[in-house]
Structure formats: structure tokens, C-alpha cells
Design a binder for this molecule. Sequence first.
Ligand code: H2U
Ligand code: ZN
Length: 350
Amino acid sequence: MPVPTRPLDLVPHRRYNPLLRQWILVSPQRTQRPWQGETSKPAAGKGLAYDPACYLCPGNERSGGARNPAYTGVFAFDNDFPALLSDEPPASEPNPSPLLVAEPERGRCRVLCFHPNHSLTLARMDAAAISAVVDAWAGETAALGGLPYINHVQIFENRGAMMGASNPHPHCQIWATEHVPDEPLRELEAQREYSDKHHRCLLCDYLATEIAQAERMVAENGHFVAVVPYWATWPFETLVLPRRHLGSFTDFSAAERSGFAAILKAVTTRYDNLFAVSFPYSLGFHQRPTDGQAHGSMHFHAHFYPPLLRSAEVRKFMVGFEMFGSPQRDLTPETAAERLRALPQKHYLD
Ligand code: H2U
Ligand code: ZN
């Protein structure tokens, strides 16, 4: 066990998340008991490259009746069961009470397959294949963001059955909406207020602090840095930041797209190696709204929210105090980062 060097490593305290403007309770004294070690067994095998029953594999029929082409790289299509529709909404009805508020919401939902191989994941795809996915994220952002009724493009990957992914085939979803959803809106407002007050970018300043302190660093390259944020909620949560003040996928240079692919591989490989399992997570990107305004204070970033706590089976639940009070964690972000950093960069299945 590393010897705690600061008082806060030993005692309950709360940390402030300046992006969401909320507190998180940290209870490190609960982890002072010795680490019992990993109990789960490594998941065996690399899986099938093609699954005839998969609705995302090349050439297969989807449940909506359409057939996928025999794609060889990335493949995007309109979600057959979209949460939002692009149709012009009917004239809105007046709300019956100021406490019963509804309004129409338009949007487009897409599904993006990362690779034709059914059993690959970002961690096990090669750098060129991941770069092709990053290019597709930029292309989808530009195309959907350019639609007249779209003001925000939310890209996310639910990885693993534990996170509710309906299919192991490597894919993500893209929900482009008329309104900026609440979570990115909160972050956007926090960044705008910080920059109005300090005349600097919140996440540029945060990145400089993390680079100087180094203790929450997980991986880095010439263009991107991945840290367990000081205010992380999930045990092994990470935040991936570009070194340059970029607002959107559409701002990335070719070198930054490759750099982003490389850091995604570095983070996901360490995740898989932590418990020798295909690590579940929700991955999402926060980028500038596409409403035509400048949003100069917005600093692009990726959040990995993984649920696992102690092994492939033991997850963190956001219940009890977290539902009624505020988020809470035992493992400090510094210890989580140290454990991720110490893992080999080579995937356990390779
Ligand atoms: P998830 O694994 O994150 O649920 O994403 C899969 C998406 O694929 C889901 O939104 C869509 C579902 O609506 N889908 C299709 O568009 N066509 C199909 O044939 C099945 C699933
Ligand atoms: Zn498949």
C-alpha cells in the first residue's frame, strides 16, 4: 500500500466538480483495508469475426428489415428505432399549467459500426481503424450539425451488457437534437462563466494543473491527455482532453485525429487489462453546439464512465446517498489513476 502523503488521503472530504458545478463525497478511509486482489477469471477467447445472427454485421438483415451492405470499414445508418424524429412538429398546444411544461423536440438518431469484425472493440482495433472511426465522428458531426433544425450532436458508446448495450458488435450511437441537452448545457455554462470571469479556458487551466501534478495522469501523447479527474464519480472514470483548445471534432487536424485514436486505444486497453475482461463503460463526447454561435469557451473532451469497482463482477451502484444526497466514492482518483497507469500497454488477449 502506498503511504498516504496528504491529510485528505485519509479523511472524508468533498471535492468540487467545476464542469457540473456539484460536489462529490470522497471517503478514502474506507479503502485503508488491504487490497484482496483480483478474483475474476480472464474472459477466454477472442470471439467470432462474423455472427450470422447479428443485426450489425456486414451483409446481415436488421430487425427493421433493411440489409447492411458488405461494408469493410466504418458503416453508419439511420437508427431503425429512433428516439427522435425529423418531421416538422404539429403546432404546440399551450401548457395547461406552468408546472406541466412540454415542447416539441426534433432530431436524428444514427448508429455507427466501428468495424466489420463482430468481436473487436476499440481496445483491440488497430490505430488506423480507430482513426477511421474518429474521421466518421467528425463527418457525422459536420453533416448532422449542418441540418437546419439540429443544434447539438451527441455521440456516445454504450459498451457491454452491463451498460445496456444491445449488441457486442463495436458500434456507437449518435443523437442529434434541436436543443442542447442538459448535461452538455451545464458544462457549457460553467465554461462560459469561468472564461468570462478569468479570461481563460476552464479546461485549458485544468489540463495545465493535471500536467503539473501528474498524479492523476493515465496516458498521454503529443495531442491528448487522459486523467482520472480530481472530481471523478465512477471508480475508474477518465476525462480525455486535447492539449490544444479545440471545440469540436470538426476542429481536429489530421494529426489530432490520429492522436485521439491512439489515446482511446491506450485508455481502453488499460481498462480491459485492469480486470482481464472487456471493460464496460459509457463513453461520450462533449463538443460545441452546432447552433452557429461561436462558443469559444467550449473545450472538447471525452468522458469515460465505467461502472466496475473491484472485479469483472463487482460494480458500483449509484443508489442511496448518491440518489438522495450527492455522488460518493471510496477509492481516491489518485489511487485509481496509479492503478491504471501501472498496467501494461499491451492488451491481455494480444
Ligand atoms: P445500443 O447497443 O447502444 O442499444 O445501440 C444499438 C442501436 O441500434 C439501438 O438504438 C438500433 C437500436 O435502436 N437498432 C437498429 O437501428 N436496427 C436494428 O436492426 C436493431 C437495433
Ligand atoms: Zn456483428
